[in-house]
Ligand binder design. Sequence first.
Ligand SMILES: [Zn+2]
Ligand SMILES: [Zn+2]
Length: 130
Amino acid sequence: MGYSTKQRKILIETLERHRDETLSADQIVDLVGEDKISRSAVYRNLSALEDQGYVKRVTLPGTKRIFYRYTGSEECRAHLHLECFKCGRTYHMNAPFTNALIENVMQQSKFEVDSGSTVLYGVCEKCRKN
Ligand SMILES: [Zn+2]
Ligand SMILES: [Zn+2]
């Protein structure tokens, strides 16, 4: 395995482990460990992964900071996501009612929802308690 392939693999594994989080590039560097992958390699790989649809770049409302969310798994392409604009956490919606919602939209509005790209923004339970 080549050096860059290995770095990419480590990066994807890390993103997968933290797939409920929306992370900044710096946070990703911290999670992977700068000894394993250089900061510039993280940035380079993130934009490559973005081009390939593995990660989505998000800007949280009210901030100019850029975050990344892992959307590479097959599952993630098929369900909706909720995103908390206070803590940035992503929730994966596998519940049957969300599938029913998408089917209803299709039936009623003849509109095919791209689930994997659809995010509902709001405030999560944790943040509402605080
Ligand atoms: Zn997901
Ligand atoms: Zn939250």
